[in-house]
Design a protein around this ligand. Structure first.
Ligand code: AMP
Ligand code: MG
Length: 401
């Protein structure tokens, strides 16, 4: 049996093609940078007032002093006069500081009368008070964001402010989902005798879209070798990732592996030392990577979190595509664990002392109600001894979907 880390390494090594593209900033959210972002502008581009008030020379300031006001500067329009010692210029937030001034006195600290201000508040403590220095945020030529970084909304603002209208990113992988099983009917359709609803297709499609993939869900295929083989061959032609669901074990009615091979795929078939999760397949078919997920809904979900989403993030250019466990403390006792890592459906809550982790007492890999109620997967390592309430436990937070 492979360890989870080994299986993840295999999935990422299967790689696939990363395509680069240039997108407008309005479409860059959630994408990963294909190159470093270097500032094209300096911010602020000039010394700027950070407040509404009066620009003066610090060394002219004394308690109760009066300054004649000789002009004004507002955001977008500099003072165009000539500044001399002992005078003030009215400035509004964002205005360029007039040459010769270095400090802003707040408007609430002065009394204005007859074209002059008198300082009625405290003297500013130091030169430069309420002034944003040119380049204090960033300077032209400086490295702002590194290749592989996920572009968040704050990064979009930073890129825009630093002179970029577009982002160099990796393309969103095209993922095709194929669910197999004679027992399945589409969501919304009443199941006949012995049938159940294909819940995995929509779940996986939604999960994949959350992380940026372009998804095509081909729906349900019957457990028939030729049908599955032909669908796989067609789908792989323009997919970066081909996901099959169900039919992945070597039971009599499991056709997916044989169909993949017949369609020309090179397949590895693994048992991974984890629970839930049955054997998983990984392979390549032409330009696409194929992943075969177990049909059990909870297993499919957990395997998608551990293997499929990291592959998507990897193709999208993520420097760090694997899920990162957090640490919390158990609110209940848990039993010793066996020879597979157990990803227990759990509820975590934030407390003043950190995360509190409550694994659910029933851990059935077919129970979607418990999966939905969970917001974390608590991780029990292989052969972990019984753990008492209050002891540390790692978990994956499921807050992104
Ligand atoms: P399989 O991996 O095909 O042997 O399926 C394992 C279990 O998961 C069986 O109980 C299937 O009925 C169920 N199952 C398979 N595919 C799906 C699906 N797309 N949606 C919901 N349940 C499924
Ligand atoms: Mg099946």
């Amino acid at each position: 049996m492979l360890s989870v880390a080994e299986a993840q390494a295999h999935v990422l090594a299967a790689g696939g093609n990363r395509r680069r593209e240039t997108v407008p900033l309005s479409e860059a959210h959630g994408r990963y940078l294909a190159e470093d972002v270097i500032a094209r502008l300096t911010q602020p581009p000039f010394n700027a007032s950070a407040m509404d008030g009066y620009a003066v020379r610090f060394e002219d300031i004394a308690p109760g002093i009066t300054f004649p006001v000789i002009g004004e500067a507002i955001a977008g329009k500099a003072f165009d006069g000539f500044f001399e010692e002992g005078v003030a210029v009215r400035v509004l937030t964002g205005a360029p500081m007039p040459d010769g001034t270095d400090t802003v006195i707040l408007q609430e600290d002065v009394a204005y009368e007859d074209g002059a201000i008198r300082l009625i508040g405290d003297c500013p403590p130091h030169a430069g008070r309420h002034v944003r220095k040119a380049g204090q945020d960033f300077a032209e030529g400086s490295l702002l964001l590194q290749v592989g970084t996920r572009i968040n909304v704050r990064g979009i603002a930073l890129m825009a402010a630093s002179g970029h209208g577009t982002a160099e990113v990796f393309a969103r992988p095209r993922v095709v989902i194929l669910s197999t099983g004679d027992e399945l009917v589409p969501p919304g359709q009443a199941p006949g005798p012995s049938q159940i609803v294909n819940s995995n297709g929509v779940m996986l499609a939604s999960l994949l879209r959350c992380c940026g993939a372009q998804v095509q869900d081909l729906g349900i295929l019957p457990d028939r070798h030729d049908v599955i083989r032909d669908a796989i061959a067609r789908a792989a032609a323009d997919a970066d990732i081909l996901v099959t669901v169900g039919g992945a074990s070597v039971g009599d009615h499991d056709y997916v592996q044989a169909a993949l091979v017949d369609a020309g795929a090179r397949i590895d078939f693994w048992k991974i030392a984890m629970r839930p999760g049955k054997p998983m397949m990984l392979g390549t078919l032409g330009e696409s990577v194929t992943i075969g997920l177990p049909g059990n809904p909870v297993s499919a979900y957990v395997c998608a979190q551990l293997y499929l989403l990291p592959l998507v993030r990897h193709l999208m250019g993520a420097a760090d595509p694997l899920p990162r466990p957090l640490q919390g403390r158990l609110t209940v006792d848990v039993r010793p664990n066996g020879g597979r890592v157990d990803y227990m459906r759990a509820m975590v809550t934030a407390s003043a002392d950190g995360w509190e982790v409550t694994p659910f007492p029933v851990q059935d890999s077919a129970m979607l109600s418990r999966l939905e109620a969970a917001n974390a997967l608590a991780i029990r390592p292989i052969n972990a001894p019984a753990a008492e309430k209050g002891s540390n436990i790692a978990f994956l937070l499921l807050n992104a979907d």
